[in-house]
Design a binder for this molecule. Structure first.
Ligand code: GLP
Length: 248
């Protein structure tokens, strides 16, 4: 088992550390499968990776990517879709081949079929070598919301009010936030060889503490990561404060 925690002084340092773990993966295995995440937490990480790419330090030419999730009902060019997020925050600025990037389709007529297709795609790629994860305030990973069990595979999920409220800041109003999403399952995520969690800010402190020092329960989906053999957690002081207190 390997569980490493990096406590960094601020968001920039969190982003550099997280990017360095991803860069090390890409250097060690240039054709690796990177599991990628959206949300505000990894934005700085992607900025740092773009900078290193522009300096000629890393290349994504052979990398394949699989994203965690997508809002159901949003077109790829909708400015709040996760496909759009990935294009504008990373893919458009590095040498990754467009056909090597994978995000579930938010416009599929048959979401169940799309979930199955996506799960097979990730399986065909051999699952992620390294999966980057942010964390919701309620401990969700991808869009696996607190519920009665750990969903195994890619599935359609109803978003909780807490997630809709948290993500409303990116939309004109909470009413505009899609109510459903397609997300890798907990099983899909756990099949990644390595997990890299990035968190920052005091509003994540509770979720981080529950996830890494509380009971393993689907009520805190990220708590399953305690069973993963290779996890790196990168956070700032504020996000890691309660976990530290719990382990003091
Ligand atoms: C969304 C995404 C998650 C992300 C979470 C936290 O719900 N589906 O993958 O981890 O938001 O986002 P943020 O980093 O903006 O707090």
């Amino acid at each position: 088992m390997s569980f490493r925690i990096y406590c960094e002084k601020d968001y920039d340092a969190v982003s550099r550390r997280t990017a360095s773990v991803i860069a090390a993966q890409v250097v060690a295995k240039p054709d690796c499968v990177l599991g990628l995440a959206t949300g505000s937490s990894p934005v700085g990480t992607y900025k740092q990776l773009i900078q290193w790419y522009k300096q000629g330090d890393i290349s994504f030419a052979e990398v394949r990517s699989v994203n965690l999730d997508e809002y159901y009902g949003l077109a790829p060019d909708h400015d709040q879709s996760y496909r759009y997020f990935m294009q504008t925050n990373l893919f458009d600025h590095v040498d990754i081949e467009p056909e090597n990037t994978n995000v579930p389709s938010g416009l599929a007529d048959d979401p169940a079929a799309e979930c199955l297709r996506y799960e097979w795609k990730v399986a065909e790629l051999g699952y992620a070598d390294l999966q980057l994860l942010g964390m919701g305030r309620n401990g969700h990973i991808g869009f696996n919301e607190p519920c009665g069990d750990f969903p195994k595979q890619t599935h359609l999920v109803d978003l909780t009010e807490s997630t809709i409220e948290a993500n409303a800041r990116f939309f004109a109003s909470a009413d505009d936030v899609p109510r459903q999403a397609l997300t890798m399952g907990i099983g899909t995520i756990m099949k990644a060889r390595k997990i890299l969690v990035v968190v920052s800010g005091a509003d994540k402190a509770d979720a981080v503490c529950k996830a890494f020092s509380g009971p393993i329960t689907p009520e805190v989906p990220a708590s399953i990561l305690q069973l993963h053999p290779d996890v790196t957690l990168v956070g700032d002081e504020a996000a890691l404060s309660k976990l530290r207190e719990a382990n003091a």
